[in-house]
Design a protein around this ligand. Structure first.
Ligand SMILES: C[S@@+](CC[C@H](N)C(=O)[O-])C[C@H]1O[C@@H](n2cnc3c(N)ncnc32)[C@H](O)[C@@H]1O
Length: 279
């Protein structure tokens, strides 16, 4: 029976503390969000430090051209990409996002521990382009998780109700929970609960991280947005490093992550596993 640490327990405080990337990697702080480009940030991280890279890049389903806007119908119904502003890389087209994410996957391969996982949110259109490009980084395509949003989006025909997470592993995957299926339910966040236009429910990401990282493990998200991956990691007692190119969005992510608390028992478990050194 593990004694429950008090809120002022130094282990718990260290886990909750925002620190530099080096402190988070060393385990003397819990999380950090850099205002930075994904690849610039990735290059600063050491080899074999992370249990999981779990990320939600721009989908590039929209664009500046009329053709791209037509393709984006349904997603950007009432606004253009320009007016949304946050969709910074969305005007690069499919080839551009495939190139960018292949570079991200090469970095993920380098920074992941053996058995670590890469998860990339995308929509069905990008699967045939993205999956082989990500796999060409040396990671192995392990499977595909379906996020069922619980209700169909606007539109006609088979109205879209799901999004996808492509899952890759470095070598033979190391997993920490065998009770999770590859269809996860989670309703889209209500507008009031959202701090980002395309915010994902932290509950769905929590279920994913619980499989691919241990308590105290290090989770990285190169396209942090409003911080859902960071929120999920902190709830699970994991460390988190994120990058987000937009200063305002990065600030909102920090607020969201800061306001989370972790069950102290999870932090204690992480210490027992030697994955979080504390101070
Ligand atoms: C789909 S959103 C992430 C949403 C997030 N998962 C959430 O739940 O709030 C993608 C984010 O990537 C950011 N982004 C776009 N290009 C980037 C780049 N090159 N480096 C880092 N972040 C970038 C965008 O500003 C946007 O906030």
């Amino acid at each position: 029976m593990v004694a429950r640490p008090k809120a002022a327990d130094p282990e718990v405080l260290a886990h909750g503390r925002e620190g530099s990337p080096d402190e988070v990697i060393a385990g003397s702080a819990g999380w950090h969000v850099s205002t930075a480009d994904a690849l610039d940030f990735a290059e600063t991280l050491p080899d074999a430090c992370a249990h999981a890279v779990w990320t939600d890049p721009p989908y590039c389903s929209g664009g500046y051209t009329e053709t791209a806007k037509r393709q984006a119908r349904g997603m950007l119904r009432h606004q253009t990409v320009k007016s949304l502003g946050w969709f910074i890389n969305d005007n690069m087209g499919s080839a551009g996002i495939v190139w960018l994410l292949r570079c991200v996957a090469v970095q993920a391969f380098r920074i992941l521990l053996e058995g670590g996982s890469l998860g990339v949110f995308c929509d069905w259109r990008m699967v045939p382009l993205l999956a082989p490009a990500l796999e060409s980084s040396g990671l192995r395509w392990q499977g595909m998780i379906i996020w069922d949003k619980g209700a169909p989006a606007l539109g006609s025909g088979f109205r879209r109700q799901h999004e996808v997470v492509l899952h890759f592993v470095k070598g033979t995957g190391v997993f920490h929970d065998a009770s999770t299926g590859d269809v996860l339910n989670g309703s889209r966040l209500h507008h009031e609960a959202r701090n980002h236009q395309t915010a994902k429910p932290p509950e769905v990401i929590e279920r994913c991280l619980g499989v691919v990282a241990p308590p105290g493990g290090l989770v990285v998200d190169f396209f942090t947005g409003g911080g859902s991956t960071g929120v999920a990691a902190r709830r699970l007692g994991m460390r988190f490093l994120g990058s987000e190119i937009d200063r305002g969005i990065a600030a909102r992510a920090r607020e969201a992550i800061k306001s989370q608390s972790t069950d102290a028992r999870r932090v204690r478990k992480a210490h027992q596993l030697g994955l979080f050194d504390g101070e």
